[in-house]
Design a binder for this molecule. Structure first.
Ligand code: NAD
Length: 365
């Protein structure tokens, strides 16, 4: 039986991880620590709050006293650190919170873990840090995918702050013996993703017949992974990963942005065309007005320093941990679209005034 502190558990991947963990390991205890920034949403934890082995704590990973108290009083033996500022565009407009949470906050968590777990006499523990493939920089179309030994070359304030946190996690292992693992993952998609990110943004804009903004020429390439496959990968790292090691988790699933947008357009059109009740709920969607969703595609000025391509080589995770993604891209995208269509109250709830103000700013460079 394990007792986990899941930081950022009210965010996209963190909430999916909490649902995954409680259903796979019902004997474990899960404590979520989340500051409930714009990206955190209690509604994403619906169904968990009533469970006896679950506790939600509203707080900041930078509050070292709070984290020490939680680790000690709850007897927690595992930290899974999802808490972060995670949106590249926001990091370009305002990098400060990225440094505060991703760098200083992660360091504060490490200090708390060291103090309670190591300085307190030593006890079995694991500090797992969730990171991104963006720390490795950008690839040309000819270069091989990133491995765990690729040099770090972060290009945005977001990826630079994540790179700094990865280095601190590594240093706490090498210097103090903290038992850490790190996973670097490619782009996730699935339920509960905040609608500023590409796939939910496109789905929801189609439903309201708003432009579908595509940066630059739309040919930037990302590797995409269904969020539950990421959760499964972290589970494998926690159970089978070697302490001090880094594992890349990827989908082996590279897509150009424009291709993804076209796929989402055709699947949303198809779904709405086939359903009378969806046509009634979303009467402004293009298919109801005799257009295709693709007609909404609008190319916008590129993001400064936009990385061209990310790709992950997950051979180490496959050979050491037996990791393989289980969801195909088409079924994963269909499930994601169905989830947004079925959970209108969730996304209407997060699209408040400040989100709408941000969206206006997001594409202004
Ligand atoms: P998210 O923005 O959806 O959620 C982040 C969560 O962290 C929110 O609930 C927020 O309230 C919380 N948070 C922010 N600052 C905090 C603080 N100081 N203290 C406590 N909680 C705080 O992010 P996500 O997409 O779920 O990403 C989770 C992690 O996975 C991040 O570390 C991110 O770098 C990494 N990651 C994300 C992706 C992706 O595609 N989304 C890919 C690879 C890695």
């Amino acid at each position: 039986m394990h007792k986990l502190l899941v930081t950022g558990g009210a965010g996209f991947i963190g909430a999916n991880f909490v649902h995954y963990w409680l259903s796979h390991y019902p004997q474990d205890r899960v404590v979520v620590l989340d500051a409930l920034t714009y990206a955190g949403n209690m509604a994403s934890l619906a169904g968990c709050l009533e469970q006896e082995n679950f506790r939600f704590v509203h707080g900041d990973i930078g509050d070292q006293d709070l984290v020490e108290t939680l680790l000690a009083e709850e007897g927690l033996d595992t930290v899974v650190n999802f808490a972060a500022e995670s949106h590249v565009d926001r990091s370009i407009h305002g990098p400060d919170p990225f440094v505060t949470t991703n760098v200083v906050g992660t360091h504060s968590l490490l200090k708390a873990a060291k103090k309670v777990w190591l300085d307190g006499g030593g006890q079995p523990h694991r500090f797992h840090h969730v990171s991104t493939d963006e720390v490795y920089g950008s690839l040309t179309s000819e270069e091989p995918p990133f491995t765990e030994t690729s040099a770090y070359a972060p290009n945005s304030p977001y990826s630079a702050s994540k790179a700094a946190s990865d280095h601190l996690v590594r240093a706490y292992h090498h210097t103090y013996g903290l038992e850490v693992t790190t996973s670097n993952c490619s782009n996730n998609y699935g339920p509960y993703q905040f609608p500023e990110k590409l796939i939910p943004l496109i789905i929801l804009n189609i439903l309201e017949a708003k432009p579908l903004p595509i940066y630059g020429d739309g040919l930037n390439i990302r590797d995409w992974l269904y969020v539950e496959d990421h959760c499964r990968g972290i589970d494998l790292v926690l159970h089978k990963g070697r302490v001090g090691e880094v594992y890349n988790i990827g989908g082996n699933n590279e897509w150009r942005n424009i291709e993804i947008v076209r796929l989402v357009c055709s699947l949303v059109d198809e779904g709405i065309a086939a359903s009378e009740s969806l046509r009634q709920r979303f009467p402004h969607s293009p298919v109801c007005l005799g257009h295709t969703a693709e007609s909404l595609i609008t190319f916008v000025k590129d993001r400064p320093g936009h990385d061209r391509r990310y790709a992950i080589d997950a051979v180490k995770s496959r050979s050491e941990l037996g990791y393989a993604p289980q969801e195909s891209f088409e079924t994963g995208i269909r499930k994601t679209i169905d989830w947004y269509l079925a959970n209108e109250a969730w996304w209407r709830g997060v699209m408040n005034g400040s989100y709408r103000d941000w969206l206006k700013k997001q594409y202004e460079y």
